[in-house]
Design a protein around this ligand. Structure first.
Ligand code: MN
Length: 755
């Protein structure tokens, strides 16, 4: 059980049941906006050394810069930041947080920027305001409940200082308190939903159970007013019925506590309508079962007293076994500590009790904030009070934020492991606000596949935060990614350097294979048709199916692809169609290129101009066999790079220049390229001869040698070798590495680091 259902203000709920105004039942009108002096006095009450000048200046600044803007509530806008600051003072936060509360909307809503804030109020304040402004930019419009948990994690991941979250929670609470003034019902509902799904759980996570309960109740009021009203009505009914019993049990309890001789404070508690509703929703039990119990809180001076009182109560009344929890011995990681027990009192009435010290009660009320305080000279995180609440005394603000992030409930080891994982993740959004979590390093194409394979398969570009951006840029936390799509599935040119996830890589690879297969099918179709027509036959489907079956191929497409790939000769097709037909005329057909892409060019690809000049990039020196990309450089021609070449980044903004290329068969048989090899070898007599003969034996033609560093026993060489393709180069490298004198032999490419 968590504390949410048990804490919270003791409101006169029920009194307003059946009221039809838009104002939230039970919430009533807000007290007047505190004046500058009232706010300062309130902070000074718990923090005597507060810099009242700073606080006053922030108050005036917010008032001045929000000007005469009005809120939907009819209050002037500046009342909002002041109320937020006031809420933060309620939980007794430090002055930096309260100043940040006063200024939290100034950057968003006025022409003041974060630099101004830093100059006027210092870096600490500016950092908090900046954090809150960033959180404000996120919109959680997803309707999927499963996303809510992710949003909570996202917010925690974005919040390096827990005070940013506290300001955000105060902001949200005040917005909820004035929600009924907002005119658009959809907007009210969305905010209420978001509050219930994201902010109330976050408040609970940091131990602000009271804030969480208020948020839940206000959201419940908006989302399901009838249900809430019905519950309040039933509660009131029960109250009337039970009044006699309640008084009797309170008397019994008082007598019992008095008899112990221990000093105590006794509080009655009321169930929150929303938590009752949740229980009714979750369990198939009646209202009476969930609501018909009395709840008290006993507050004591110290821990031994807590156990003494627990003993006295359990001696007098019998405890309901499953309902006993000892959060003093094992506090929740957010600091919540208390004993919880439910007993069966006289008249068979169930009585729920929370037993705790004053310090624990304060933690239950103020959560994280309970451990800030005035101590010696400094105001800040109070180690002793943290220790008293069972927290690690070494914890500072940052460590505490991490602690919260790493597991809000006891025993959440699995959860912890999951969150560890989130640190290496990047949180991004679709334009509609759906959260997409990707591994850090992921790029737009990975995002597209995470949304849907059909989106990934048709991706042609991406807008990030509204601007068209390079697809090679890793995404950042909070990026809104809008995928630009083409009509038909097609691989993205240069996808290898634009994908990070295995999923995106394998999907793009498949698209590439599919497209290649389609090209071979087209080529095969042309070759088959030509051969059959020469043999005097019209290539109709019936005939082709027959031919395919005879050869042992299952479809016409496969037949065409096999011919296109050169796995099957057209003569075999003609022979299958006309057994005994003399094949002499078809020999030419096999050799005659019928497609311009098979013209004597070294590379082939779409949109290549017929007479374009070919240059091999001197940065990466691509060889036939390498995966390549062309860049159509104006006034120069087509420059070919290895697809992973860092130089390609220079053309990221000019996707119209990119050409998807493949080496032609011809390129693989004529020596078209020079590879450069870097060799580290022992500097001994005859080493060069050994290296040269190894290259020659592997059919490489050395066209240049230069010496790099030379040391008494060590030599570095650069060797330019003509090779027909990557395969040959690999063989040569292997031959060199097999020599005893060679330490290292690698292909020399421009450093990948210089981007
Ligand atoms: Mn605000």
């Amino acid at each position: 059980m968590d504390g949410s259902a048990l804490s919270g203000p003791e409101k006169g709920a029920g009194a307003n049941a059946g009221k039809t105004t838009a104002a939230p039942d039970g919430a009533g009108a807000l007290p007047p906006v505190p004046t500058r002096e009232e706010l300062i006095a309130k902070v000074r009450a718990y923090h005597p050394r507060v810099r009242s000048e700073l606080l006053g200046r922030a108050y005036d600044f917010a008032k001045k810069h929000h000007g005469e803007q009005m809120r939907d509530s009819g209050e002037v806008y500046y009342s909002h930041p002041i109320r937020v600051a006031n809420l933060l003072a309620d939980v007794r936060l430090d002055e930096v947080t309260i100043v940040a509360g006063l200024l939290h909307d100034v950057v968003e809503d006025t022409d003041i920027d974060i630099g101004d804030i830093e100059v006027r109020f210092g870096a600490d304040v500016a950092e908090l305001v900046d954090g809150v402004t960033k959180l404000d930019k996120l919109e959680f419009t997803s309707k999927e409940a499963a996303q809510a948990e992710n949003f909570q994690k996202f917010i925690l991941a974005m919040t390096s200082d827990i005070r940013v979250l506290l300001v955000k929670l105060a902001d949200r609470l005040h917005n909820m308190e004035t929600l009924h003034h907002r005119k658009k019902p959809e907007s009210r509902q969305r905010t209420a939903r978001e509050t219930m799904d994201i902010y109330a759980p976050l408040a609970r996570r940091v131990g602000l159970y009271d804030v969480a309960a208020r948020m839940d109740d206000l959201a419940f009021q908006e989302l399901n007013p009838e249900a809430r009203r019905a519950i309040l009505f039933r509660l009131e009914e029960l109250d009337r019925e039970n009044r006699g019993d309640l008084d009797r049990i309170r008397d019994d309890l008082t007598k019992l506590l008095d008899a112990t001789g221990i000093r105590y404070r006794l509080k009655g508690r009321r169930k929150q309508p929303y938590s009752l509703w949740r229980k009714l929703e979750r369990k198939s039990i009646s209202f009476r079962d969930v609501a018909d119990l009395f709840a008290f809180r006993v507050i004591l001076d110290n821990v031994p007293d807590c156990y003494s009182v627990l003993g006295a109560i359990h001696t007098h009344w019998s405890c309901i076994p499953d309902r006993f929890r000892d959060f003093i011995s094992v506090p929740k990681p957010n600091g919540y500590a208390s004993l919880h027990t439910t007993v069966r009192a006289s008249g068979n009435r169930r009585v729920e009790l929370q037993i705790r010290t004053e310090a624990m009660d304060r933690t239950a009320e103020y959560g994280v904030a309970a451990h800030w305080g005035y101590k010696n000279r400094a105001y800040g995180f109070d180690v002793d009070s943290a220790r008293a609440a069972g927290l690690d005394p070494e914890a500072n603000l940052k460590a505490f934020a991490e602690l919260l992030r790493d597991g809000a409930e006891p025993g959440e080891f699995l959860e912890h492991a999951k969150l560890e994982m989130y640190r290496e993740h990047v949180f991004t959004f679709t334009p509609k606000g759906k959260l997409i979590i990707l591994p850090a390093g992921a790029m737009p194409l990975d995002f597209a596949y995470a949304v849907h394979s059909a989106v990934g398969d048709t991706t042609t570009g991406a807008r990030i935060n509204g601007e068209e951006k390079s697809m090679r840029r890793p995404l950042k936390n909070g990026d809104v990614v809008d995928i630009i799509r083409g009509r038909a599935p097609a691989p993205v040119i240069g996808w290898e350097a634009m994908t990070y996830t295995g999923r995106a890589k394998s999907k793009q690879r498949k698209l590439e294979r599919d497209r290649e297969a389609a090209e071979f099918r087209r080529l095969g179709e042309g070759l088959i048709n030509q051969a059959l027509r020469r043999a005097g036959a019209e290539p109709v489907d019936v005939m082709l199916i027959d031919v395919a079956n005879k050869i042992g191929i299952s479809s016409i497409d496969d037949l065409r692809e096999d011919v296109g790939r050169g796995k099957l000769q057209t003569s075999a097709v003609v022979n299958a169609a006309f057994p005994g037909y003399a094949a002499e005329r078809t020999d030419d057909a096999d050799k005659t290129p019928i497609d311009s892409r098979h013209a004597p060019l070294f590379v082939e690809g779409k949109d290549l101009m017929p007479g374009v000049t070919l240059h091999l990039g001197q940065c990466c020196r691509p060889l036939p066999g390498d995966r390549i990309i062309g860049v159509q450089v104006p006034n120069k021609g087509l420059v070919v790079h290895i697809s992973s070449c860092p130089r390609l980044a220079e053309y990221d903004d000019r996707p119209e220049l990119w050409r998807d290329l493949k080496w032609t068969e011809l390129a693989k048989t004529g020596a078209v390229a020079t590879a450069r090899i870097r060799i580290n070898a022992s500097n001994q007599k005859g080493v060069l001869a050994k290296l040269c003969s190894a290259v020659a034996e592997s059919n490489g033609n050395i066209v240049g040698i230069s010496t790099g560093t030379r040391q008494p026993d060590f030599i570095e060489l650069l060797m330019d070798i003509e090779v027909e393709d990557l395969k040959r180069l690999t063989q040569i490298l292997a031959a060199l590495r097999s020599l005893a004198v060679v330490d290292r032999a690698v292909r020399d490419q421009e450093s990948q680091d210089e981007q």
